[in-house]
Design a protein around this ligand. Structure first.
Ligand SMILES: Cc1cc2nc3c(=O)[nH]c(=O)nc-3n(C[C@H](O)[C@H](O)[C@H](O)COP(=O)(O)OP(=O)(O)OC[C@H]3O[C@@H](n4cnc5c(N)ncnc54)[C@H](O)[C@@H]3O)c2cc1C
Length: 377
């Protein structure tokens, strides 16, 4: 059996592992081990691809803000096309949701009130008897997730990192300050003093294998549905987002709409598929607000958004198990935060000053769950 030696082994090649590997590879020898035959098969390939400042917990908002400059102006050669394109977010309230909208306006960043007339001018399908108030985040974006994800992987490789696909990690052993990491490939094993757990929904499964206490990660199913909204021309519509996060719609490929009931069904980590009920619920909620006739569902998918018990991310050292670093729990914000999150992983591991991201550290630290209180293996 061949043993390959690195400074850091990253488990998982979704956006979390890819962005961390790209940043770490600038001054560490890095291997990324991915269970699937393609990187991005799970949650990273199933997102809604949006950058919204007013979304997610406070730590995510810090990382979202800090990611903006990279997304707008990536380093030369990172991607062949722009990573983001402008797309406003229109948060809408129906009767009974006015207080939620007022609170969002009071606490939000870069948000302004929009009149009902303005909202209906932007989205003429909005039902006059539905909307009572609205807020607009004008400077949000659509993200080209494939370009961003491939950009990180390319950058990592260009800096000497190795990406091993079809390499599910099945066991860890710690000895002499080193991890010995076994994958499903019996001929090869990997060795490194540091493991970064970027296994998404499988974060606790990977931790258990390494002898670390679980954080209590909860993967939750979310469904996306593509419909044809003709005769409406939706290319320039904003995302229309229920202020209470019960549904949203987003223009897709200029002529289609993505619809979601913003479902959040707790499930075990697996290759999740959409359920008929959630598809119907998404269309029902959308049709309460928008006068759109749905002839048929063109495509539907589901992905796992994975949360820690307090819904903030977990980025940092385990504290109890030497050389074990967490980068999990990104919930619904893992794409829009990835440039800053990847950089933060590298800064913490190489003991560099994390700069403005330091503000979020107390909320991100996995040790806040206290290994004594956590479920042990
Ligand atoms: C419908 C939907 C809409 C979303 N919309 C947005 C959005 O608009 N904006 C946004 O920022 N975020 C959004 N998200 C959230 C975002 O997609 C996630 O936060 C992000 O993709 C998580 O990335 P990850 O790398 O942690 O997980 P994943 O992409 O799931 O990657 C984890 C990887 O680890 C691998 N792995 C697991 N176990 C092992 C093992 N033992 N050995 C090796 N590899 C292993 C898996 O195969 C997987 O490839 C959305 C999510 C969904 C589902």
């Amino acid at each position: 059996m061949e043993t390959y030696r690195f400074d850091v082994v990253v488990v998982g090649a979704g956006i979390a592992g890819a962005s961390a590997a790209a940043a770490l590879a600038a001054d560490r020898r890095v291997a990324v081990l991915e269970a699937e035959a393609i990187a991005g098969y799970h949650t990273t390939g199933r997102s809604a691809a949006m950058w919204i400042q007013n979304y997610g917990p406070p730590d995510a908002r810090v990382l979202t803000r800090l990611s903006r400059a990279f997304l707008v102006n990536p380093p030369g050669g990172f991607a062949e096309q722009p990573l983001v394109s402008p797309r406003a977010i229109l948060f809408v309230a129906r009767a009974g949701q006015e207080r939620e909208l007022a609170q969002m306006l009071a606490e939000g960043e870069g948000l302004r009130e929009a009149s009902v007339a303005e909202a209906r001018a932007m989205v003429p399908a909005l039902r006059a008897d539905y909307i009572v108030a609205a807020a607009l985040e004008e400077h949000a974006f659509d993200i080209d997730v494939a370009a961003l994800h491939q950009g990180f992987l390319r950058q990592a490789r260009a800096r000497g990192a190795v990406l091993a696909l079809s390499s599910r990690v099945v066991g860890f052993r710690r000895s002499g300050g080193q991890w010995l990491i076994e994958t499903e490939t019996p001929q090869a094993r990997f060795q490194a003093p540091i493991v970064v757990n970027a296994a998404g929904a499988w974060g606790d499964v990977v931790a258990e294998m390494a002898g670390a206490a679980k954080l209590g990660l909860q993967p939750c199913r979310r469904t996306g549905v593509i419909i044809n909204p003709a005769p409406w021309h939706v290319a320039d519509w904003p995302v229309v987002h229920d202020v209470a996060h019960n549904w949203y719609v987003r223009p897709e490929a200029r002529t289609r709409l993505m619809v979601t009931p913003a479902d959040e069904t707790p499930v075990p980590p697996h290759d999740v598929q959409p359920e008929e009920y959630d598809i119907a619920l998404g269309i029902h909620r959308m049709q309460e607000a928008l006068a759109i006739n749905v002839q048929r569902v063109e495509r539907a998918w589901a992905g796992l958004r994975t949360f820690t018990p307090d819904r903030s991310f977990a980025i940092g050292w385990d504290g109890a198990v030497e050389g074990f670093f967490w980068c999990v729990g990104q919930g619904g914000c893992g794409i829009q935060t990835s440039p800053a999150a990847g950089r933060l992983v590298a800064d913490l591991i190489t003991e560099r000053d994390p700069g403005a991201a330091a503000e979020a550290l107390p909320r991100l630290d996995p040790r806040r769950f206290g290994s004594a209180n956590r479920q042990t293996v």
